[in-house]
Design a protein around this ligand. Structure first.
Ligand SMILES: C[S@@+](CC[C@H](N)C(=O)[O-])C[C@H]1O[C@@H](n2cnc3c(N)ncnc32)[C@H](O)[C@@H]1O
Length: 290
């Protein structure tokens, strides 16, 4: 229990500290993943009386796709949803909700609202409140994911959908690990660590089943929302963002930090150097409440 609580506190302070870097560096990748996840929802059936929960919303990656025109590299029929549904964003990191609210103001999300709220606890919402709950790259952070899935089940309308996602392969993390192992071989550091079971669709499926979603109403798919940096230089820049390095470099000497960029370059393969793109793939699991 202490481990779960301290992991939760670590994740929370990590996102609080890095909220502003999150969208800048990984917003493209997480938006491409979320767009494919949203394509499994009956988007054309939503309207101004629909209500969608963007759970563990971060700065509102999912909400932005639902309510604002998509960037050029994303084309999902039905996005943005029109007429606009009501969208509620929740995240337990205040800095993320501040960023969500800044988007709400600048992008005129007149049907959106956002609260600082732990996604584990949906007690502020009534039974059968939502047409859809979207939790992209969030469910693996819950202290009790099955209880979290049961709460999602409770707040969905009968016939409503949940979409959850997790990583399958994270080349960027493999590169960070390679660099850490070269510069600090005995540190035991595991950047962006996720328990391996969470890199499987089976884990997502079993969590939704545990939460009450019937097995024959759960479907898994995968997608490859690669991290596209544009060039070797941009990839190196991306991989030295405080998003990754603020935690990794704690206690490192300036000599060790000075080696970082060169070691990143050594880890990048020829194709990655040529394109600045790192392979990322992800699982998407959709469940329907009966
Ligand atoms: C990897 S980001 C995903 C953000 C966004 N959903 C996306 O698709 O890019 C994970 C987010 O989950 C939030 N988070 C982690 N655990 C949470 C919890 N128990 N309750 C609410 N938010 C949580 C973090 O603050 C962070 O904003």
């Amino acid at each position: 229990m202490t481990d779960v609580l301290s992991r939760k506190a670590t994740i929370k302070s990590y996102f609080q500290q890095n909220a502003s870097e999150y969208e800048k560096h990984v917003g493209g990748t997480s938006s491409r993943l979320a767009a494919v996840a949203l394509s499994f929802l009956p988007l054309s059936s939503y309207n101004s009386s629909s209500h969608i929960l963007d759970s563990a919303s971060g700065p509102g990656i999912v909400t932005k796709l639902l309510l604002s025109p998509s960037p050029e590299d994303i084309s999902v029929p039905g996005l943005p949803v029109s007429p606009r549904p009501r969208v509620t964003g929740i995240d337990y990191v205040p800095a993320m909700i501040d960023n969500f609210k800044a988007h709400k103001a600048s992008l005129n999300w007149d049907t959106a609202e956002a609260f600082v709220q732990d996604s584990q606890d949906l007690s502020r919402f009534k039974d059968a409140e939502f047409d859809a709950v979207v939790m992209s790259l969030g469910i693996f952070t819950l202290s009790d994911p099955v209880a979290g899935a049961a709460e999602i089940y409770r707040v969905l309308k009968p016939g409503g959908h949940v979409v959850v996602t997790t990583w399958k392969k994270r080349r960027a993390v493999d590169i960070l690990q390679g660099v850490v192992d070269t510069i600090k071989p005995d540190s035991g550091l595991k950047p962006m660590y996720m328990p391996p079971e969470w890199l499987s669709k089976e884990k997502l499926i079993s969590v939704l089943e545990g939460g009450g979603f019937p097995s024959d109403h759960i479907k898994a798919s995968e997608t490859s929302p690669d991290w596209v940096c544009g060039s070797e230089e941009e990839a190196v820049k991306g991989l030295r963002s405080p998003l990754w390095t603020s935690k990794i470099w704690e206690g490192w000497s300036s000599e060790e930090i000075d080696r970082w960029d060169d070691e990143i370059r050594k880890q990048l393969n020829d194709e990655e150097k040529k394109t600045g793109t790192m392979e990322m793939s992800a699982w998407i699991v959709v469940g329907q409440k009966v």
